[in-house]
Design a protein around this ligand. Structure first.
Ligand code: SRM
Ligand code: SF4
Length: 571
């Protein structure tokens, strides 16, 4: 019997998302009509889901939700938009246009850099949605497939030093993004006033019901795992010879989300499938996506991602199917190693003699605060910058390709606007939080608004326990178990449960190749700091040489190592 039929029978009836995708006429639904409904600022229930495939989420500000309800007002519905920016590359001209839109037409006036190398506008009211898409279209940006059950924004290591290799890796990230993009004309028709793209309404790769769940892809240039490949379904690890890209090691089945109290869900690392030469890249990408399309669980969205499909059907079975569909047998994995993550904040010189300035943007939030007009600072740089900008997967921004004669001028602007602060510690640079309150509807505890002060406390604890200012722990906070801040690849991960209550996970490593494990459940930030104080003291007394905190807690038996997620994570 056909494998797909067997899976359908095993897994039960399809989820409602499958109905609405199938009935949507290739993602159109009745969005266009809904847009003209002035009675509500929101979208109806099917369109609420369908606008995600166009890169938008309906939201309302949770800080003011109760107050509005008391006043018998509907929530202040608005949308958050997430742009499609493979590899996070954006030109100064594009930047100035998005800066202006954020200032003129969003409720928060901010640009939010995300953990997937793009930006989000928060707080766009219904009358401004079309204007937003049309503004982006004039500068060559869209938001197709940055949300929904499709292949999302493709990440690419931000490696401005090895210019040629980065350029090649970036070109592949763009090609993969285009290849896996929905082909429907719905986006152009609805948002760009009928402007037709040269595509047909056939979805040879994604299928008319699209994928069972979101799908994430990276192109990674070792030894830098700045994109956190193990959070992704499909990864192309660049293999270079003499500084030139020759092929990829392919890793499949990573993902970090879980649900509190549901042990059938877990974060999982990606598995090595094998090496491919460059000319097989698009075929293999399509084969992995179509296998997941046909075999992924369409009944239970909590178990629908590729990581669960792999664990259900078996890694070898999945891999063989990919080989069959790509008409190619994977070669032996080529040697590669990841040694670090994180961005090298400050100036570095590329091999082409150009300079690159990585700006640390705390939690990716670019906003004009009275003492730190960060957003204006980037706009001022964009006015004179000759190269491009690169958004990193750590929510930072690289001013890339600066000729020597512009270096000082750019640095002066960055200082003046608080974009460079010499006092920023390594601990702060290596800490990250998801958006969470007030815009995220799924938030259970604070993250972005909580992290800055929490980091100050951790900095204090490091010094108190005898560490120097360079010492740091990869620390990540995520407001719920969906894991957008990638706490499930941190040395210390906080996962929100309720206001000021987090599960504390320990034991990830510096390179992002180990899943941490729960240490204490449902505790306050005060309790977490007390625990960290104790553990930092032990680490300081007992560490081997420069042993990292995540490695120490495993060697000392404070938490057990997670080797196979399905078996070890909840054990
Ligand atoms: Fe995420 C849902 C924000 C990266 C796993 N994520 C959401 C939503 C859209 C909430 C919602 O569904 O209504 C959040 C919007 C908050 C807001 O107000 O902006 C949200 N996710 C983010 C961002 C902005 C966090 C950030 O601080 O930068 C990141 C945007 C990335 C992008 O540009 O595309 C973001 N999300 C991630 C990551 C990290 C990554 O991909 O590297 C993960 C974990 C990796 C993974 O997918 O396993 C992640 N987000 C989720 C999930 C859980 C998916 C699952 O497998 O179950 C959800 C909820 C869902 O899809 O049902 C979610
Ligand atoms: Fe929202 Fe949870 Fe994602 Fe944080 S981890 S942005 S709280 S969905």
């Amino acid at each position: 019997m056909d494998k797909q039929v067997v899976l359908d029978q095993e897994l039960g009836s399809f989820s409602d998302n499958e109905r609405l995708k199938g009935e949507s006429n290739f993602l159109r639904g009745s969005i266009a009509k809904d847009l003209t409904n002035e009675i509500t600022g929101g979208f109806d229930s099917d369109n609420f889901q369908l606008i995600r495939f166009h890169g938008m989420y309906q939201q309302d500000d949770r800080d003011i939700r109760n107050e509005r309800a008391k006043q018998k007002l509907e929530p202040l519905h608005n949308v958050m938009l997430r742009a499609r920016m493979p590899g996070g590359v954006i030109t100064p001209k594009q930047w100035l246009a998005i800066d202006k839109f954020a200032t003129d037409h969003t409720l928060y006036g901010s640009i939010r850099l995300t953990t997937r190398q793009t930006f989000q506008f928060h707080g766009v009211l219904k009358p401004n949605i079309k204007l937003m898409h049309q503004t982006l279209n004039t500068i060559g940006i869209d938001s197709i497939a940055t949300a929904g059950d499709v292949n999302r924004n493709v990440l690419c290591t931000s490696n401005p030093v090895e210019t040629e290799l980065h350029q090649q890796a970036y070109e592949w990230a763009t090609k993969i993004s285009e290849h896996l993009l929905p082909k429907t004309r719905a986006y152009a028709e609805i948002w760009l006033d009928g402007e037709k793209l040269e595509t047909t309404d056939e979805e040879p790769i994604l299928g008319s019901n699209y994928l069972p769940r979101k799908f994430k892809t990276t192109v990674v240039v070792p030894p830098d795992n700045d994109v956190d490949l193990h959070a992704n379904d499909l990864n192309f690890v660049a293999i270079a010879q003499d500084g030139k890209l020759v092929g990829f090691n392919v890793l499949v089945g990573g993902g970090l989300a879980m649900t509190h109290g549901d042990t059938s869900t877990y974060p999982r690392k990606a598995d090595e499938f094998g090496y491919i030469p460059l000319d097989k890249t698009l075929d293999v990408a399509a084969a992995v996506v179509t296998t997941q399309r046909d075999w992924g669980n369409r009944s239970n969205r909590k178990n629908a991602k590729t990581k669960y499909t792999l664990d259900r059907v078996g890694i070898d079975v999945f891999k063989k199917e990919v080989e069959k569909r790509a008409n190619f047998t994977f070669e032996q994995i080529k040697p590669y190693e990841f040694t670090h993550r994180g961005d090298k904040v400050g100036w570095i010189e590329g091999i082409d003699g150009k300079h690159h300035l990585t700006l640390f943007i705390e939690n990716g939030r670019l906003l004009d605060a009275p003492t730190k007009p960060l957003k204006s600072g980037v706009a001022e740089i964009a006015k004179i910058h000759q190269g491009d900008f690169r958004m990193t997967a750590n929510q930072n921004l690289i001013v890339a390709g600066v000729p020597t004669q512009y270096k000082q001028q750019i640095e002066d602007i960055a200082y003046k606007h608080g974009l460079i602060d010499k006092k920023t510690s390594q601990q702060r640079i290596n800490s990250m939080a998801c958006v969470s309150f007030p815009t995220c509807p799924l938030a259970m505890a604070e993250a972005e608004r909580f992290l800055p002060e929490f980091v100050s406390e951790v900095e204090g604890l490091l010094l108190k326990n005898g560490f120097d200012e360079q010492e740091n722990i990869i620390l990540r906070v995520t407001g719920c178990p969906n894991g957008c801040g990638r706490a499930m690849l941190a040395e210390v991960g906080l996962v929100g449960k309720a206001p000021d209550k987090y599960n504390l996970y320990l034991g990830g490593n510096k390179a992002g190749t180990r899943i941490p494990k729960i240490y204490k459940e449902n505790i306050s930030s005060k309790d977490i700091l007390a625990i960290l104080d104790e553990l930092l003291a032990q680490w300081h007394s007992n560490r081997n040489d420069s042993e990292a905190f995540g490695d120490y807690v495993i060697r000392a038996g404070i938490v057990a190592e997670v080797l196979v997620s399905k078996r070890d994570f909840h054990a």
